[in-house]
Design a protein around this ligand. Sequence first.
Ligand SMILES: Cc1cc2nc3c(=O)[nH]c(=O)nc-3n(C[C@H](O)[C@H](O)[C@H](O)COP(=O)(O)OP(=O)(O)OC[C@H]3O[C@@H](n4cnc5c(N)ncnc54)[C@H](O)[C@@H]3O)c2cc1C
Length: 478
Amino acid sequence: MSELRPRPTGPDALIDALETALGAAALLRDPAEMAPYLADQRGWFTGRAPVVVSPASTAEVSTVLRLASEAGVTVVPQGGNTGLVGGSIPDESGGSIVLSLRRMNRVREVDPVDFTITVEAGCVLAEVQTAAREAGLLFPLSLAAEGSCRIGGNLATNAGGTAVLRYGNTRDLVLGLEVVLADGRIWEGLRRLRKDNTGYKLAQLFVGSEGTLGVITAAVLRLFPMPREVRTALLALRDPRDAGVVLEALRSATGDAVTSFEYMNRASVELALEQVAGNVDPFDRPHDHYLLVELSSARQGAGLLEALESVLAPILEDGGVVDAVLAQSGPQAEALWRIRETIPEAQRLAGAGLKHDVSVPLSRLPELLERGAPAMLAEVPGALVVAFGHFGDGNVHFNLNQPPGMGRAAFMARREAVEHAIYELVAELEGSFGAEHGIGRVKRAYLTRYRPAVEVEAMRRLKRALDPAGILNPGVML
Ligand SMILES: Cc1cc2nc3c(=O)[nH]c(=O)nc-3n(C[C@H](O)[C@H](O)[C@H](O)COP(=O)(O)OP(=O)(O)OC[C@H]3O[C@@H](n4cnc5c(N)ncnc54)[C@H](O)[C@@H]3O)c2cc1C
């Protein structure tokens, strides 16, 4: 006669069951050890959890989710915990466990014929790039957090970064996924097909789902030929409206070799120069607007420098581009990129900041920059408008730093008013209030405000279909 096994219910019984199934080494319970998993990068969220569990295989992830759903305990999936919207942090109730993917960090395969790499979700993004490079290939996803964010987190947030213009978002880089559903069932979708029209593209459903529909455990990603010629330039602009002219001319002159097209306003460059040691202004005087441009080609001797010079000459003459620095070496290019990449750190060092990760159609970006600054400043006079980001994607980080003489608390109390000012303008310009970082806990209210009711209802139905008991990431996105 088979013995009826009682199902664990509640966190304590779940922890016992997890320890039995995975071993004590997979569990963190000491508050000091758990602390880094319970707070976000910005210090906006600190949650509580009875345990952080780190499975080492897909089968173990399946066990965790099966046991958690049997116990009725909710689960917060976590990668590198670099997300900027609080999606990887449990709430303060202490009722959710954290499922960290950090131990699932194997590169399973690099295939130079299929141009694919198959990786586990806990691989750090920089390690994926390195594994591709060692095979002579390029994995093009690149962002300032690449030394600590993990590929499962990149997939779950559909991360963007600095090469979207050329290669697309993470969504465009994925061919197949392996996902564990809320009840512990494993979906084996690790197909490496570039063409596969057999029903709904389930993998894409999980991309950008922020841990609310399933736990991504592995992925097949697209690789590209390694660039052999790369040219980097910093341009000083008269007006953001001239950026569109430069982009169009560069794209047609180079056969679409424009990989990055990053905007920085004067305040953001000034912050990076003042706050971060080692940054040097490459120009002899300040300018109001800058573009960091990178061109790349897999063909050696593609003539990118000549193309850059011939495109810039007439625009320099008519004053659209006021000045230009063309990097003459790898280290010079790195120094230019460092200014761009250290802006978030500089902003943090300079005091409290309100951050808005917004996008509009590229043609309307100059209007957003022009009208957005006074709209935000009307709410906090004297604040510093720090605008930078992925101009070529129509995406700008349109941030505000605390003004001199205003306390942190008073400044942060203006958050909702400032968000209202900028998001209303973005909506008018047919844009998005969440271009890159997602919804998480921070932007939930805006989903229902700015997206059609039918769209939100369809999302809720999908959530209910895949996670009927609401086990995964409660309070995030929906
Ligand atoms: C300095 C800095 C620069 C950044 N620059 C960019 C940028 O240019 N572009 C950009 O898009 N983002 C950027 N970000 C935001 C962040 O790095 C990205 O969102 C990144 O993709 C998050 O990866 P992560 O592993 O840290 O995920 P986490 O922060 O751990 O998690 C993010 C979300 O994904 C879910 N999740 C994590 N892993 C899984 C999984 N395996 N299965 C299911 N759900 C999962 C979590 O529950 C959470 O909702 C930046 C952040 C920092 C700190």
